[in-house]
Design a protein around this ligand. Sequence first.
Ligand code: ZN
Length: 311
Amino acid sequence: MTDRLTRCLARRAADKAPALRLVIAETTELCAHACGLHHLSPLASIAFSRALTAGTLLAALAKSERNINVQIAGDGPLGSVFVDADPKGTVRGYVSRNPALQPAPGIRPRVGYAFGDSGYVNVLRADASNNYFRGTVALKTGEIDDDITEYLVASEQVESVLAIDAVLDDRGRVVRAGGVLLQALPGDGEPLSLQDERDRLRAGVLYESLMQQGESWPGAITAAFQLERSVLEQSPLGWQCQCSDNRVMAALLATGIDELNDILAKEAKAEIRCDFCTKEYLFDRDQLLKLRDLAVSAALSHRDKDDHGDN
Ligand SMILES: [Zn+2]
């Protein structure tokens, strides 16, 4: 089955009307593809899958069409994980390091120890007017979903709970990945508490569903919480990188005349690897000379404009 995002309204048995937003991300294929592409260890695969899934869920809350960036960084051997998610459903990312470590055993595999003793979650999002704003919270457990729940409660002041997990096979490959986000809808009455759902998710109910229920895990989660859900929208999710010859060339051009001259003098070629999709871009001497000439003429025309501006 292909990956998808399902947006729902949900109602507890005791509620008269739907009081919850429920978003379900099924991300097995994109996580398996991404972890394979980056040849990740079991520990890094779980951390990366959780971060990618978190990106799709945060992008589902986006108020604009701009991408959302999530960075989880610590002082431990895993370094940092970066995710770039498009509200239209594509996501990409990378891990800064890929330590050959195993997740720590627990109710569910734990990766927090590999982020170290201190770290942060940094989220860059745009508001409805496309103005970017950044929110940062200290890492709480390093299990990523706990940390992003903290971020959501702190930044949005909305009662929220996020749970994400990935299940690996004996060879360390992702066989199931997904996440759920529950948020209280604004209402007139007492602020709704999601403490019960939070406690049960922390006790591993999502990981168990992913392990035991196969593709039908979203239904199992909804049933476990005795929620009635009505689906508002379903849309595909997928891994996609936005790099291209033109973008890489623009980045190389932006390094400036001196840097381009330096490359020409030393190597006479440039090899640039995309951090996200690992694609290699090669530029030979002729292409570098053209780029250098472009940089020179851009600098000259800039100087001419400045000269005219002075007169
Ligand atoms: Zn790329």
